[in-house]
Design a protein around this ligand. Structure first.
Ligand code: ATP
Length: 197
């Protein structure tokens, strides 16, 4: 099995996440892509973090129409800070030693890779698929050997922008699936600064 993992806060999930997952699935012939919402991101503040249950449900809604995409609650169930090394170990055990794990990340995550827990061990256990813009000026990084670059048209969508739009009453239409947009309004998410971890 060739397994893709895309981890993130998904606060909320949007078309940028879904698009890189879909491109990675096709370009690297992955059997499935697993979306893993984190419990507590090691490198981000959590003042605007919606509850794990809400973020999980939004991902579930976003992927339900795609049989190649699944959601895992592994990091939410584990609790505490979410470290990818623990998640990769868990999936390797679940899918067997023959399975190959590909971690799908965006360019901002590539720049932070050196700060990930046990990164030297992690690069021995999985490969990275890095979504980059065409003609991106690549700087050398210590992780080049384990990173496959995947060129994608830049989609300047971010969860931060979506949260800010909701807070100020601006439209979020066409930035994320409609079912997720409805969930946000129905559950009054991102209206004010709050942490429901
Ligand atoms: P925030 O704005 O809250 O920081 P985000 O939109 O960057 O969130 P994350 O959940 O932190 O979303 O991202 C998960 C992964 O998806 C990361 O590896 C990130 O680089 C990647 N990613 C997020 N948005 C995009 C995008 N528009 N295009 C390509 N990759 C993206």
């Amino acid at each position: 099995m060739r397994i893709g993992i895309i981890g993130g806060t998904f606060n909320p999930i949007h078309y940028g996440h879904l698009f890189i997952a879909s491109e990675a699935k096709q370009s690297f012939d992955l059997d499935r892509v697993i979306f893993v919402p984190c419990h507590q991101p090691p490198h981000k503040g959590d003042s605007e973090l919606a509850g794990g249950d809400d973020r999980y449900r939004m991902v579930l809604l976003a992927v339900e129409s795609n049989p190649d995409f699944v959601v895992s609650s592994a990091e939410l169930d584990r609790g505490g800070k979410s470290y990818s090394i623990e998640t990769v170990d868990e999936f390797q055990e679940k899918y067997g030693a023959d399975s190959r794990i590909y971690f799908i990340i965006g360019m901002d995550s590539l720049n932070e890779l050196s700060t990930w827990k046990d990164i030297k061990k992690l690069v021995g256990k999985c490969r990275f698929i890095v979504a980059v813009r065409p003609n991106w000026e690549r700087e050398r990084s210590p992780w080049d050997e384990v990173c496959h670059l995947m060129e994608i048209p830049g989609l300047e969508i971010s969860s931060t922008d979506i949260r800010n739009r909701v807070k100020s009453g601006r439209s979020i239409k066409y930035l994320l699936p409609e079912v997720v947009e409805e969930y946000i309004y129905d559950h009054r998410l991102y209206k004010k600064e709050t942490s429901t971890l």
